[in-house]
Design a protein around this ligand. Structure first.
Ligand code: HEM
Length: 122
């Protein structure tokens, strides 16, 4: 039980870290990189350059993609580790076994649609 709790905490911390990396790199792509290129004020351009830590937009996009992939993978592990809780919740709120199975199949199909394209893009 203690080991399981430790594993959950490690997965959740890793997930948070992946969220931080993905979110910050997204900000770099969306806000800081355009500022670095197009800002009219010199100091804004220099600040944006500094914030990008000498790494170009292409690299931030790469960091963002890998952060996102790790985030999705950890999210799947997180749900698997809490499957009893998830299943218990749906058992309590959806009495019909057929409806529950349909819901799980729909969620699985969405998960596959969300993950499979990345295998071919990488
Ligand atoms: C914390 C969650 C996320 C946030 C806040 C976020 C935010 C952003 C932002 C702001 C952009 C820039 C959009 C633009 O240029 O207009 C972006 C681009 C992108 N995001 Fe995310 N994103 C997240 C998660 C993900 C995930 C999970 C993936 C896939 C694994 C992903 C893949 C991409 C890709 C491929 C781009 C295009 C990068 C490029 O321009 O080359 N993102 N994201």
């Amino acid at each position: 039980m203690r080991n399981r709790l430790q594993l959950n905490i490690i997965i959740d911390l890793a997930m948070f870290l992946a969220m931080v990396v993905t979110s910050i790199s997204g900000i770099m792509i969306k806000i800081i990189a355009p500022l670095r290129r197009h800002a009219t004020e010199n100091w804004v351009r220099e600040l944006a350059e500094g914030l990008m830590l000498g790494v170009g937009r292409r690299w931030w996009a790469e960091i963002h993609l890998w952060g996102g992939i790790v985030l999705i993978a950890l999210l799947v592990v997180h749900v698997v580790l809490h499957w009893k809780v998830v299943d218990g919740y749906f058992k309590k709120h959806i009495a019909s076994k057929g409806l529950r199975t349909t819901l799980y199949v729909v969620l699985l199909v969405l998960l596959l649609i969300m993950t499979i394209p990345w295998i071919f893009i990488m």
